[in-house]
Design a protein around this ligand. Structure first.
Ligand code: PLP
Length: 389
């Protein structure tokens, strides 16, 4: 075993089952390991490196800021933070943005906004936040409580109370039944459950839920940590659904590789969090935000149309292929149910120089949004070959 792997295994907490691959360099959608072997990257660090490795525009934006002011804390003004917040608000219709450093923190902020809005408006006994079964919202104790998958909860009890999980069905009966006995403060959904297996939430259900929340003055938050920032071929996945949420949380791709999360607050909740109600030392860091600005500025209609086209290409190329049972997702967020176990398929692809992800029983892809067609074709061809063997 190499020195790097051995040291890592000895000293880094054993929370990750790493592939036996040591990445030493990358450019665009290609990466090289310590032995000089080339890989096509179809995972982009779990949807983070939105424009690939060592992307020149992003690197320039980040280093320019790095060479001026790298951090001030939130006691002072810096330019990138407000600039990114303005872009996000203008492009979503949200009114204010709280910046943090991860998806879990963005969801924590959403939960605090929901709780405070409901406490002030409906009283302190209205606090329950409803999420969907099979959802994923993060690893902190509160976002774990929000996550609707029991296996993440075992041995970490007690989690934060005040959460309930409903089936992402086609009607609202379960939610309405729950509302008879429980005061509901807010609902958090993913439009596509990423960690849950790249499952697209039913549009009729989402629309009915949005209408219900509006009528009942229940805060609707959408978790766009994975689906956001162009991933589905729209700027945010909820835009595929024709709804207007009250809160939008995001992270992953917005940072392009640096830790950056955002909780966007819509009209109803825009002023709920006041001085001292929430905070983060690193949140809104100027370097991360400068990178975020460069990413958002490139996510224009042309880029988003290309994301949709490339996603269509992948779906077409895999539909009906030998060893492929189904293909799910939107844009460049794609899940492939393979006849062989997904883990086996991904391992075989690593051997052949393509890095895919898994999500539950599926092979998952979240390539860079600007992945060149030749990389995409090569990766899909290798996946087809492996699936057919
Ligand atoms: C990744 C992810 C999170 C957690 O993000 P972290 O940055 O790891 O805290 C939350 N929600 C969704 C939908 C995610 O995909």
């Amino acid at each position: 075993m190499s020195e790097i792997k051995e040291r890592d295994n000895l000293y880094v907490a054993g929370t990750y089952a790493r592939f036996p691959v040591e990445i030493v360099s990358g450019k665009g959608s290609e990466a090289w390991d310590v032995n000089g072997k080339r890989y096509i990257d179809m995972g982009s660090g779990i949807g983070v490196t939105a424009f690939g490795y060592a992307d020149e525009e992003w690197v320039a934006a980040v280093t320019k800021q790095l060479n001026t002011v790298q951090h001030t804390s939130n006691l002072y003004y810096t330019e990138p933070c407000g600039k990114l917040a303005k872009i996000l608000c203008e492009r979503t219709g949200m009114k204010k943005v709280f910046f943090c450093n991860s998806g879990a923190e963005a969801n924590e902020c959403a939960i605090k906004a929901i709780r405070k809005y409901a406490a002030e408006k409906k009283g302190p006994d209205c606090y329950t936040v409803v999420t969907l079964k099979n959802s994923f919202h993060g690893r902190t104790l509160t976002t774990l409580a929000a996550t609707g998958q029991d296996h993440y909860h075992e041995l970490f009890q007690p989690l934060t109370p005040g959460f309930a999980h409903i089936e992402a069905g086609t009607d609202l009966n379960e939610l309405k039944e729950l509302a008879k006995t429980t005061k509901i403060a807010g609902v958090i959904i993913e439009c596509i459950q990423g960690e849950g297996g790249v499952l697209v939430t039913d549009p009729g259900f989402v629309k009915a839920l949005a209408d219900y929340c509006k009528a009942e003055d229940i805060i609707l938050a959408v978790g766009e940590v994975q689906t956001g920032n162009g991933r589905t071929g729209m700027l945010y996945a909820y835009m595929n659904y024709g709804i207007t949420p009250d809160v939008v949380t995001t992270a992953k791709g917005i940072g392009g590789g640096l830790p950056l999360g955002a909780c966007m607050l819509g009209e109803k909740v825009q002023n709920v969090l006041g001085h001292g109600d929430h905070g983060s030392t690193f949140g809104g860091n100027p370097v991360a935000c400068a990178g975020g600005v460069s990413i958002m500025e490139r996510l224009d209609d042309t880029m988003l149309a290309k994301v949709r086209d490339k996603g269509d290409y992948v779906r077409e190329a895999l539909k009906g292929a030998a060893g492929v049972e189904s293909v799910s997702g939107m844009g460049l967020m794609i899940g492939v149910k393979t006849t062989k176990p997904a883990g086996e398929v991904v391992k075989a692809c690593v051997d052949r120089g393509v890095l895919f992800l898994t999500a539950k029983d599926k092979v998952r892809m979240l390539p860079a949004l600007n992945i060149p067609m030749e990389n995409l074709k090569e990766a899909v061809e290798i996946l087809r070959t492996v699936c057919a063997e």
